[in-house]
Design a protein around this ligand. Sequence first.
Ligand code: PBG
Length: 339
Amino acid sequence: MRYPIYRPRRMRKTESLRRMIRETSLSKDDLVMPLFVCPGKGVRQEIPSMPGNFRLSVDELVPEVKEIDALGIPAIILFGIPETKDAVGSKAYSPEGIVQRALRAIKSEKPRLTVITDVCMCEYTDHGHCGPVKKDGESCTVDNDAALELLAKTAVSHAEAGADMAAPSDMMDGRVAAIRAALDEGGYQDVPIMSYAAKYASAFYGPFRDAADCVPQFGDRAAYQMDPPNSDEAIREVALDIEEGADIVMVKPALAYLDVICRIKQEFGYPVAAYNVSGEFAMVKAAAEKGWLDERRVVMEMLTSIKRAGADIILTYWAKHICKWLDEAPAGGDEKRRK
Ligand code: PBG
């Protein structure tokens, strides 16, 4: 393509003109706030590697959710830390499970807030893998097909408790189809699925694993999560999830995978979510605490880049901050000059 003569430096851009020709902007409607719910009463335990984020018991979670709703954040995603764990992660699908109880409490207070639930077994199994494990010669591997049944049961029990959307993050083969079938059968044909479609075996999940207490006790997740150098594989994973019935597809993490977000958006034209994960949060927080980075400017730049890459939805631990920053932004950019 031949470009016409462009006069970028001669063009006088007032702040308002700059905004008018801006190609991408971040809005509250893009945001999903992740929350960790734990057993007990009056628990508000800060996660050391994620300052400003807490493990909250249900009674503490409800006011937090009210605040999030009042800020204008349209959705939250819930992660549960159960009382007890076992080999099959049975607390994941118990009607009295921690997420199920949290859902009922939230929905009775804020029925219109979109409540998404992470559907995975790793927080509920004593070995920390995303499904039950089976012995495979010398090593242990996750029993894919056994996991499917449990994941489907979990998604249905979340829907029964009021979840608006299921977000499977386990990466088992066939889980979107299994969850879709189970939801349909349970009468939840209208509950959508946001699948963690391109989920990489990433080092950026470190702080989350402390928060949710789901570090694998042996081995790692490389067998079922994707290899970071691959992006053709991400296209195949997404195609499969869409075929199986995913309504929204997610890329995770976000920042190191902007090219993947971009390719997926262009290839499928589907709603794309990006998970700005715990490690991405922690590294900026740490630098900001040392005074090495301007947190607000860095975060706005990073999250805008995730949108620019093609994400429609961003799951981020900065959701509350961003709402406050957007509210603070001057409505009329030329206010100062007029004086
Ligand atoms: C559960 C799950 C993980 C995250 C979201 N869901 C951890 C993992 O896969 O190890 C990570 C989120 C984050 O780092 O913020 N499977």
